[in-house]
Design a protein around this ligand. Structure first.
Ligand code: PMP
Length: 403
């Protein structure tokens, strides 16, 4: 046994807490509980047949390459195919602008590693993806929140926040944003709002970190240009991932940015894991080449469209009045708001007794707001389970409202 083990731990790790969501997920593993708490894609949609075919071919034809160490930048074929996908969408990037990461969570961690000194400031949406906040805090960042409206991060409040920080001599390192189907709210930014945010970032010379995991999980509305596309000054760093449109188990993502920034990602990643597994990268590349990725995106979006529509119908049917929710055009989540006097974290225990779970929204607010909100996932379970879960949740909320 090490004496005074606690004294050996770094300040960084002491400042890090277990994710509230992971703790909740543990609680919700019980089979009788219907859980809206996770953020998992529907596993019945994983393209196992196509993957079996492609995996066998990769092993047979290029196994020696695919099982070897790869370069830190990533599999050349996968990078080329991803760059071509961007170019087809009219985004003029080259391979030097893209590095493969071990999914986008590593993109978030490396971003913090590259830009954050202890006590640096980062601006995030209120609410925002908890995993990103944890990554930034683990490098000693202070998080400042800017509220959202139905169009995403409010640009007027963003500018006010930057000015407020300037008064204190603080210059934020970057603005973290999820413009498409934000986690946890499902809200998307229209193009005009993206342009406003970029203009502010330009005016005050701040980098934008655009996290885009749900970008291609759109089942309604019209695609809006990404921040990366709208950027004119090389200040947007975009994170992409296969987790929601292909398989999260492969842990493949990428970062797109100007060449100078990508060079820093290469150096930072080298020290972290040398390279993302070459095998899954090559399988993904051949999967794209065969047209299976586009097919899979169509399958996933149409299934989630059906689930979202059914979910909203059930909420309308079963939820007591005074409860409101977002209606996202894509992604995996929607955000529910209870009457102000109900604290969703306290209500969680009551919900568990009714055998239904969710993530209390306050976990996503860096300033402790959002007590009467919750995040619900609609992608993971089938329609029947979703309906039964909403019935249970509505019943539990109704008891709180009349109490
Ligand atoms: N960013 C956001 C906004 C997310 O919701 C998630 C996962 N839920 C991630 C990043 C991380 O995803 P992955 O590492 O699987 O790409």
């Amino acid at each position: 046994m090490v004496n005074e083990l606690e004294s050996f731990f770094s300040h960084n790790i002491k400042g890090m807490k277990r994710s509230a969501i992971r703790e909740i997920l543990k609680l919700t593993q019980r089979p009788e509980i219907i859980s809206f708490a996770g953020g998992l894609p529907d596993p019945t949609l994983f393209p196992t047949t196509e993957l079996a075919e492609v995996t066998a071919e990769v092993l047979k034809n290029e196994g020696t390459l695919a099982l070897q160490y790869g370069t830190t930048e990533g599999d050349p074929l996968l990078r080329k195919l991803l760059v071509e996908r961007y170019q087809k969408q009219g985004v003029n990037i080259q391979e030097k602008n893209l590095i493969i990461t071990t999914a986008s969570q590593q993109g978030l961690d490396l971003s913090a590693k590259i830009f954050i000194n202890p006590n640096d400031t980062v601006i995030c949406g209120l609410p925002s993806y908890l995993g990103a906040l944890s990554a930034f805090v683990s490098y000693g960042a202070n998080i400042e929140g800017v509220s959202l409206d139905e169009h995403g991060m409010r640009s007027d409040l963003l500018e006010a926040k930057i000015l407020e920080l300037r008064e204190k001599g603080i210059h934020p390192k970057f603005i973290y944003t999820i413009p498409d189907f934000q986690n946890p709210t499902g809200i998307s930014m229209p193009e005009w709002r993206r342009i406003e945010i970029i203009a502010i970032a330009e005016k005050y010379n701040i980098i934008i970190l655009e996290d885009a995991p749900y970008r291609e999980v759109r089942f309604a509305g019209i695609p809006q240009k990404t921040m990366l596309e709208l950027d004119r000054s090389g200040r947007v760093i975009q994170l992409g991932t296969f987790s929601k449109v292909f398989v999260p188990g492969f842990r493949i993502g990428w970062v797109v940015a100007n060449e100078e920034i990508i060079d820093k990602f290469v150096v930072a990643k080298q020290a972290t894991d040398l390279c993302t597994p070459a095998f899954v990268q090559r399988i993904s590349a051949r999967f794209i080449e065969k047209g299976y990725l586009d097919k899979n995106i169509a399958v996933v979006t149409s299934a989630y469209k059906q689930k979202q529509e059914h979910f909203i119908k059930c909420l309308q049917e079963y939820m007591p009045k005074d409860v409101t929710w977002t209606t996202p055009d894509g992604g995996l989540f929607l955000f529910l708001t209870l009457p102000e006097y109900i604290d969703a974290s306290e209500f969680f225990q009551t919900a568990i007794e009714q055998k239904v779970a969710f993530v209390p929204g306050t976990s996503f607010y860096c300033n402790g707001e959002g007590k009467n909100t919750m995040r619900l996932n609609f992608s993971f379970m089938n329609l029947e389970k979703n309906e039964e879960g909403i019935k249970r949740l509505a019943k539990a909320i109704a008891l709180e409202i009349t109490a």
